[in-house]
Design a protein around this ligand. Structure first.
Ligand SMILES: N[C@@H](CCC[C@H](N)C(=O)O)C(=O)O
Length: 314
């Protein structure tokens, strides 16, 4: 099949994005498209597949998101900004309620983070710290800055359902090998957390957060929006930052400005950058992609984002 897509990124989390509102495809087909398009060894590559869909329950439009391994996630918050942007362009709205598989979010065009950078604010919640919602098979009803019996780590974690599952720990120094080992352990769907989890190591410096995440279904990524949201909430719950105040959250891919409230709502403002528009042939039987036909390059957006990060254009 031939399909049009936009290659987009939010805070360096990059995705092929498809307007699926007029496409009647079943979940197995979307899963195969995700595997084909997100494959880093293929012609597109990404941290998953984003799909703009019709909204449910009065929402203006909706989002679905598949990981590169073909599993569907409950949410993707860097992706939500890109989906919302496409939804706004399709509907003429500048703010909207967005439906996700098990929750809703509010999205609105926001003041640019930097010149030329399309910026969207999303508000989600209430998020949950109930271990059952996170998918942890454990006696404790919630885990806030606590050791997790059975997890191969002595660190203290906060478990948050965004609603996708997150385990967040605050560290003095970021040990990537340790993060990968723990992420790999969760990725094997152990009895403690059979639905797997996104695992983040977070440092706090002068009121700013740096978040490094091993994503469920992906591995190490340059950025994960729901992890940044979970980290800000965990930082508030553990007194590392104040509730209500916007904080800068950095990662390998960029930065967002986020805040969490005591009643478990999380706001994130960040970029929703479109890099190029293209169409691609997908072999559904083999879940592979190619060739790609480029329709439009969006170099202005690429350069604006690079300038915002202080990196010279390639
Ligand atoms: N990168 C995303 C999260 C994507 C889903 C995640 N891998 C999961 O399976 O929960 C984000 O920006 O939130």
């Amino acid at each position: 099949m031939q399909i049009d897509f936009i290659k987009c990124q939010g805070s360096g989390n990059d995705f092929p994005l498809i307007d699926g509102r007029a496409l009647a495809l079943d979940d197995a087909t979307w899963s195969a498209i995700a595997i084909a398009l997100a494959d880093r060894a293929g012609p597109v590559g990404g941290d998953g597949l984003l799909v703009l869909v019709e909204g449910n329950g009065g929402a203006a439009f909706g989002q679905r998101m598949w990981n590169p391994d073909g599993s569907e996630s409950e949410t993707c918050l860097n992706g939500l900004r890109c989906v919302a942007r496409l939804g706004f362009e399709a509907t003429g709205l500048v703010e909207a309620r967005v439906s996700l598989p098990t929750s809703t979010a509010d999205a609105a065009i926001a003041d640019p983070l930097a010149p030329g950078v399309v910026t969207i604010r999303t508000d989600v919640g209430p998020v949950s710290t109930r271990t059952a919602d996170v998918g942890l098979r454990i006696d404790a009803p919630e885990l806030i800055d606590s050791a997790i019996p059975g997890l191969p780590s002595d660190r203290r974690f906060t478990a948050v359902a965004m609603p996708n599952p997150h385990l967040v720990t605050f560290v003095d120094t970021l040990d990537e090998a340790e993060l990968v080992a723990l992420g790999d352990w969760c990725e094997a769907a152990p009895p403690l957390i059979p639905g797997r989890a996104n695992v983040s190591f977070v440092t706090v410096d002068h009121g700013e957060l740096f978040v490094r995440t091993y994503e469920r279904g992906v591995g190490l990524t340059d950025s994960c929006g729901s992890a940044m949201g979970a980290s800000v909430f965990a930082a508030g719950l553990t007194g590392r930052i104040g509730f209500g105040a916007p904080v800068t959250v950095r990662n390998r891919g960029g930065r967002v400005v986020a805040s969490a409230s005591q009643d478990a709502r999380i706001a994130i403002a960040g970029n929703a950058s479109f890099d190029y528009d293209a169409s691609v042939e997908i072999d559904l039987a083999n879940a592979t992609a190619g060739p790609v036909t480029l329709r439009r390059r969006r170099d202005d957006e690429i350069f604006a984002w690079q300038a915002a990060l202080g990196t010279p254009p390639d």
